[in-house]
Design a protein around this ligand. Structure first.
Ligand code: GAL
Length: 877
């Protein structure tokens, strides 16, 4: 059979015909069997599978490359193909983020995947100039992530590839490289629609490295540091080093590793000797004791100190390779009663789930954008991140190491049973072992990673012993790679008496702890129904730590309040309760949730009633692209505590009040500009780290309220709206503690611009606020704003955090939403001036200084040429 629609008639493997394109299925819908594959043809799978061989334990199960060079005759891989008409792009590059959004109901990419043009096939090409001095050396291509089904040719030869778009991988270019001349690299990326429950991005969206090494070198991800007997006076550091002799002769290799703290040597491992035959790899393990170690631990109580091990490989007296491993010294204990202990100190998990996109910047990794996400989470008091549901960019873990977050590093959202027709389940059989081992080897030295998760809400929860057997296989692979961290998979369905949870080292519950669809407001809903299960899990597994790996799924559109307001503490959103289908808004009273979710208040109460639970990971920290439950004609989620543009929703302060109890704070919601509500009931809620508060409207007290047991917000539900000033005075232990004030705004009069930093090395995130003539934020302002940049800079994207705004992100025109908008600007060295204008309003400008130097730790931009995106491969019907 022939492939139609593909530009090159190449494909990784046959794919099932997609018959079910239902968008907006509730996230806890049961996973399904794969469809029937009907096409076959020029499938390159047999040539790609060997790229995973280093990560398959059983030598007999490794793949042998068949003869032949498929694709070698295709135009785009040939050195003489003229690609000058292709666009020139910088890496990391996400081909889809610029849009436009697909807005029709039958769009090939629906709301689930973010309505952006991720689907299709594209090629990237670059000429590599390899110096003659590289002769006799090994050349590797390290790709940190390519979305998806990457296949690589060098000088017309198929080198290999890696299907899973979230993993990092290395290909050996040496057999095909021509030192002393131009070498043509060509990379094919194929990203099917209907392959993800969220926005995956498309293309070479992370860094790509050309690595030149001596034939004898530390293997890829070849070091593994573990620490034990950690205390204030000493710690033992165990280090394994794997060395690769890729030469054609046997070598005697000396391996020396020294440990540095802030650049100063603090310890040396005793040297090791290895004799490695041609093409052989060998490992050695050494231990050293470090006196008075500076421990890695989460702030504010602890500090995230980092060490560096520098390994030197010496052959015939010459140093041939140097390899640096950053690590931390810490102990982590998972206690069924006390939860997570870091260096012996209990740390309650105050966590969030994060998807990998960077909002309007898409999936193209950017260090500063990722740091900005973590900065805001930190300000809220968050100390832990679950990386839902796939390995992150490597730099993200550098950031969590440096900032001291605790991380659940997670790899799969599905196993054999798929959640979307073309997701990872299609290749799970072939790739789960190489993907899982590669994932762990890459990330195992990060002190921030405390647990491995090998699955999220997988369909195998439903299949009894059979599903548990798959779980056991994955669990055992994880433990064979790293026995120092617990391995887990998140459960939204598996119950204590089922075989699935028995496999897990720690129990990760999604929504089940506080109960799913169990409160009266949820009674009429169909789907999984579960009474609160913390105690049942506790009884069945008294020796396993329990954590909530997903909670809440509370939904809201920032700054948007819908009346009347539910009088309970948690309700499922619907068009008549908390939702407005015509504008695709969800009310920001923080009471409305996904069908299976629970408000923050309900979750807090469940956690406090079960103090043995180690804590929670809220779904989700930031809004993300795709999965716009409940309005799938929109483009981004409603579940974030922070919106897609990085603006705080009200519940930011609800979490802050709980997670930073010593921070004196109070926050009033809603805003107080309701011209059409004069005389109408307009409930006022207050979040505070105090325990009591008095509310005043235009100077009149509306009463003093105290939080009762298991209450987390103060409510004045019968306030009659009148314009003016609403002020709250919060108390703690009877003493004044914090205040907050909101004022009725007048008509929009001017714009205000605030840059996240006055000087930057690449990106600047600039907030626009629409103000009235007294400088009060106009909370419902939605005026059109036009942005301009002068000086050495350009607008990369604009946003306003409204999930239903379908204006493409690169647009320099953006409507304010609930009074705010964001412009993201990229600068080169010098001063740039950013100006915002809106008709009838006083415009505003801000100056940002762009300093010299690398934008992040990995600064070198790689310029590649990219072909047009062609429609993805479709099976003939
Ligand atoms: C969970 C799922 C997440 C996300 C979330 C949405 O069931 O694990 O990936 O879909 O629901 O609220």
């Amino acid at each position: 059979m022939r492939y139609t629609g593909a530009p090159d008639s190449l494909v990784y493997d046959e794919r099932p015909v997609v018959t079910d394109r239902t968008d907006g299925r509730v996230a806890d819908t049961r996973a399904t069997e794969s469809g029937v594959a009907i096409a076959s043809g020029r499938a390159l799978k047999a040539w790609i599978l060997p790229s995973g061989n280093d990560f398959i334990a059983d030598p007999a199960a490794r793949h042998v490359r068949p003869p032949g060079n498929p694709g070698g005759d295709f135009l785009y891989v040939r050195p003489d193909f003229d690609d000058r008409r292709w666009s020139l792009v910088d890496l990391p590059h996400d081909w889809a983020i610029g849009g436009p959004f697909y807005t029709t109901p039958d769009a090939v990419v629906g709301g689930g995947m973010g309505r952006l043009p991720v689907n299709g096939v594209a090629w990237y090409r670059r000429k590599l100039v390899v110096p003659a001095s590289a002769r006799g050396r090994r050349l590797y291509l390290d790709i940190d992530g390519a979305m998806s089904y990457a296949m690589v040719w060098l000088n017309g030869h198929l080198v290999g590839g890696w299907p899973y778009g979230y993993n990092s991988f290395r290909l050996d270019l040496t057999p095909y490289v021509r030192p002393g001349g131009d070498n043509q690299l060509a990379i094919r990326i194929d990203n099917p629609a209907n392959s993800s429950r969220w926005y995956p991005g498309g293309g070479l969206y992370r860094h790509v490295w050309l690595v030149t090494l001596a034939p004898v070198h530390v293997a890829q991800w070849g070091t593994f540091v573990r620490t034990r007997r950690v205390n204030a006076s000493s710690a033992v550091v165990d280090l394994s080093v794997q060395v690769d002799n890729a030469s054609a002769v046997s070598k005697r290799v000396r391996v020396v590793t020294e440990v540095f703290a802030s650049g100063r040597p603090v310890a040396v491992f005793s040297p090791g000797l290895l004799t490695l035959g041609a093409g052989e790899k060998g490992s050695l393990v050494r231990s050293v004791t470090i006196r008075k170690p500076l421990l890695w631990g989460p702030p504010p109580a602890q500090q995230p100190y980092l060490y560096e091990a520098v390994t030197r490989v010496i052959v015939d007296g010459a140093e041939v390779d140097t390899y640096r491993t950053r690590f931390g010294i810490r102990s982590v204990t998972f206690d069924p009663v006390r939860g997570v202990l870091v260096n012996g100190v209990p740390i309650r998990i105050q966590g969030v789930n994060q998807h990998a996109d960077l909002g309007a910047l898409g999936m193209a990794f950017n260090f500063r954008a990722a740091e900005r996400q973590l900065d805001l989470l930190r300000e809220m008091g968050c100390n832990a991140i679950r990386l839902a549901h796939n390995p992150p960019a490597p730099e993200l873990l550098d950031l969590t190491d440096r900032m001291g977050f605790l991380v659940i590093d997670e790899i799969f959202d599905c196993w054999y049973k798929g959640k979307t027709p073309l997701d990872f389940h299609l290749i799970f059989g072939d790739w789960h072992e190489p993907d899982l081992r590669a994932f762990i080897r890459r990330d195992r030295n990060h002190p921030s990673v405390i647990e491995w998760s090998f699955g999220n809400e997988v369909g195998e929860q439903y299949t009894g012993e059979e599903g548990a057997a798959v779980a056991r296989e994955l669990h055992d692979i994880v433990r064979s790679e790293d026995s120092t961290r617990p391995a887990t998979a998140s459960m939204n369905y598996a119950k204590p008496d089922m075989p699935f949870p028995g496999v897990m080292d720690v129990l990760s519950l999604n929504y089940q702890g506080e109960g799913i669809r169990d409160a009266p407001a949820y009674a009429r809903l169909r789907g999984i129904k579960t009474a609160p299960l913390y105690f049942s899990f506790r009884r069945q597994f008294p020796f396993k730590m329990i954590q909530s790996s997903e909670t809440a799924s509370t939904l809201s559109t920032r700054g948007t309040f819908i009346f009347p307001v539910d009088s309970g503490i948690s309700a499922p959103v619907s068009d008549s309760t908390g939702g407005d289908a015509s504008f695709k808004y969800v009310s920001a009273y923080d009471l409305y949730t996904a069908a299976f979710g629970a408000s923050p208040d309900k979750v807090f109460a469940a956690q406090d009633r079960h103090p043995f639970v180690a804590g929670e990971f809220v779904w989700s920290g930031w809004d993300y692209l795709g999965e716009p439950t409940p309005y799938y004609s929109a483009r981004s989620s409603y579940s974030g505590i922070i919106d897609l543009a990085g603006f705080k929703k009200d519940r930011f302060y609800l979490y802050q009040s709980r997670w930073r109890p010593d921070l004196a704070m109070a926050h009033i919601l809603p805003h107080w500009t309701w011209p059409s509500r004069v005389g109408l009931v307009t409930p006022v809620h207050v979040y505070t780290s105090g325990d009591e508060a008095e509310l005043f409207l235009n100077g009149r007290s509306l009463g003093r309220r105290k939080k009762g047991a298991f209450e987390y917000r103060l409510r004045w539900d019968s306030v009659i709206y009148e314009p003016g000033v609403l002020r709250v005075v919060a108390y703690k232990n009877g003493k004044p503690w914090a205040t907050d004030t909101v004022r009725t705004a007048g008509a929009p009069a001017r714009l205000q611009l605030i840059a996240d930093r006055s000087s930057t090395r690449d990106l600047s995130f600039i907030t626009v606020r629409v103000l009235d003539s007294n400088g009060v934020l106009v909370p419902q302002a939605s005026c059109d704003i036009h942005f301009e940049v002068s000086g050495p800079g350009e607008i990369v994207a604009t946003d306003n955090g409204n999930p239903a705004d379908m204006v493409a992100f690169p647009s320099p025109e953006r409507a304010a939403f609930s009074g705010l908008a964001l412009v993201i600007v990229r600068g080169r060295k010098g001063k740039i001036v950013v100006t915002a204008k809106a008709s009838g309003l006083v415009s505003a400008s801000v100056t940002v200084e762009v300093t010299d130097g690398p934008a992040d730790v990995h600064a070198s931009p790689h310029m590649l040429r990219r072909s047009d995106r062609s429609p993805e491969y479709q099976n003939p019907r």
